[in-house]
Design a binder for this molecule. Structure first.
Ligand code: ADP
Ligand code: MG
Length: 271
């Protein structure tokens, strides 16, 4: 039974080893990762390339299972994907043969929501991400930023209890990213009642992005990914409009100092 004190997510000593079906080669992606998330908390995961960030997210999404340890959602072991945990990726992952409306409508349709309610959900979410007027466009007719807005609307249309986001803003240009960071905060409820917020687990390699958005930042070390430190981001909310607080700069420096040497090493070792 989930109670007020039940963590939204609890990862207990999670390890993940990939075994190649062809060669039997093993890659240890994660080792002994433990953390928990409160309902409504915005948590980011940062760490050098290849340290297991996407792996950790896919375990929580239910796309993969840990090799050891366990992950609990509302106190129950995760045993597969669940629309309650909405996922958004870096590379748009929109259906190219569906319009904006068709993409956003997909989740509610798959869940069997009737046509009238579906139309209302779709209209509300398209409006919310600022894509009203673009309902009939196909993904290739949209800019990168608009595609990510569409992906966000698609996620929201499922009314998930938690948002899992894997570098959702990595593929857009810097100015678009800054705007979408603020949109994301607004949709999450940066300025609103904390009790109305969804839990967000947000993978990024942007350290300033992680600090700007998050309540806490989980810093992973290089492969096999292990938790180096979990940094409390004690910046006041609302954050929109306050990107350059001196305290934010100090937190960014602190996180950089944790991963600088390892990030440099990861560049040398990446295939
Ligand atoms: N399906 C897979 N099979 C084998 N190895 C994988 C698989 N997915 C990821 N890996 C390996 O696991 C490690 C962690 O990958 P990933 O979680 O994608 O890291 P990150 O997202 O931090 O860049 C990398 O060495 C990667 O090559
Ligand atoms: Mg990744």
């Amino acid at each position: 039974m989930a109670t007020l004190t039940t963590p939204k997510i609890e990862a207990r000593s999670v390890s993940k080893i990939y075994v190649s079906a062809r060669t039997g080669d093993k890659v240890e992606a994660l080792r002994g990762v433990s953390f928990s998330m409160k309902p409504g908390e915005f948590v980011s995961i940062v760490g050098p390339s290849g340290c297991g960030k996407s792996t950790l997210l896919s375990l929580i999404a239910g796309f993969a299972t840990p090799s050891a340890g366990e992950v609990l959602f509302d106190g129950k072991p995760i045993d597969g994907p669940d629309p309650a945990r909405g996922v958004m990726f870096q590379d748009y992952a929109l259906f190219p043969w569906r319009t904006v409306r068709g993409n956003v409508e997909f989740g509610p349709m798959a869940r069997g929501v009737d046509k009238t309610r579906r139309a209302a959900i779709v209209a509300r979410n398209i409006e919310m991400v600022g894509l009203a007027g673009f309902e009939d466009r196909y993904p290739h007719e949209l800019s990168g930023g608009m595609r990510q807005r569409c992906a966000l609307a698609r996620l929201l249309a499922n009314e998930p209890d938690m948002w899992l986001m894997d570098e959702p803003l990595a593929a857009v240009d810097l100015q678009t990213r800054v705007i979408l960071q603020d949109e994301l905060l607004r949709l999450w409820g940066d300025a609103g009642d904390p009790a109305q917020r969804r839990a967000v687990l947000f993978v990024t390699h942007g350290i300033d992005e992680a600090v700007y958005l998050s309540d806490r930042v989980i810093v992973l070390g290089r492969r096999p990914g292990q938790v180096k430190e979990i940094v409390d981001i004690d910046l006041p909310r609302p954050r929109i409009g306050a990107r350059t607080a001196p305290r934010a700069a100090a937190l960014i420096d602190h996180i950089w100092n944790l991963i600088r040497a390892e990030a440099a090493q990861a560049i040398v070792e990446e295939p």
